[in-house]
Design a protein around this ligand. Sequence first.
Ligand SMILES: [Zn+2]
Length: 292
Amino acid sequence: MRSPLPAAFLALVAVLLAGCQSSKTTGFAYNNPTTLTIAAPTAPAPVYSAPPVYSAPPSTAGAPQCGPVPQQPGMLAGRTLPVSRVSDIKLARGEVVLTFDDGPRPGTTPHILDTLDAAGVKATFMMVGQMAEAHPQLVRKVASRGHTIGSHSYDHANLKRMSRADALAEIGRGERAIAAALSGTGHGLSPFFRFPYLADTPGLRSAMAQRGTVVIDVDIDSKDYLRTDGTTVMNRTLAELRQRGRGIILFHDIHPRTASMLPGFLNALQSEGFRVVRLVPGGATACGGRTS
Ligand SMILES: [Zn+2]
C-alpha cells in the first residue's frame, strides 16, 4: 500500500488531479500506455445505443430498507433510497449520500471499500469507463461489496464542449465499458450518471432523462483533488455539511488523501448524528420503486 508508485502512474494521477479541478480545464486524457489500455484513436466513434440493462445492488447486502424507517440512535447507516429520477432524491436533515468519482483505482478504492465496510455504510461509485476497462476486477469488487455503481463517461471528457451526438456516444461507451466488467457477476450498472467536471447542458440533461438515466448532482464538493492533506479535506467537507445539514457529497476514490481521511470523516458523521443514505435504482428493488 505504501510502496512508491511507478512514476508513470503518478503522472496519470497528476493528470486526474489537474483535470478535476475545473470545468474549464482542457483535456482529460488517460494517455499513459503503461497504465491503461486505450482503444486505437483511429477507431470509429462508438455508436450510441440504449443503456445497458440495469439491476439493483446485490441482495446479499440484506433486504433494502425503503423510505423513512426508524433508526437506532448512533447508527450511521441510513435508509436505502430507490431513485428513478432526479426528483426522487429528497434528503431529510442529517442525511448524506457518499459518492466516489473517477475510479476504480488499485490501492485507494479497496482501502475505501474496507473503510465503508467497517462503518457499515454503502456508497455510490461513479466510474470512468477507461478505468473500468483497466481494472475490471475492482469494478466487480465494488459491486460485490453491495455498493451502487454509476457511470462518469468513458474518458472523462468535457461533454459540454462536444456535439450532442459525440457526448451521448461518449456516455454510452463509458456505460458499456463498466457493464462489460460486471458481465456475468449478477451485478449491474445503475442508471446513475455524473457529468465530468459537473459540466452539463440543459440539452444533455434532457437527453439523459429521456433515456431513463438519472444525473447525480453534487451538493457538497470535498475538493479532495486539491493538493492538501486528508485532514484539510475532512474539515472542509464537515464544515460545509454542518452548514447545509444534508446533501450529496463528492469524493474521488483515486486519491490517497481521500482514503486516509475517510475513517475519521465517518466517525465524525456518526458522532454528529448524520445518516448515510444508500441510493439504488428505482423500480429494481424489493421496495417496488419510488417512495413518494
Ligand atoms: Zn470526475
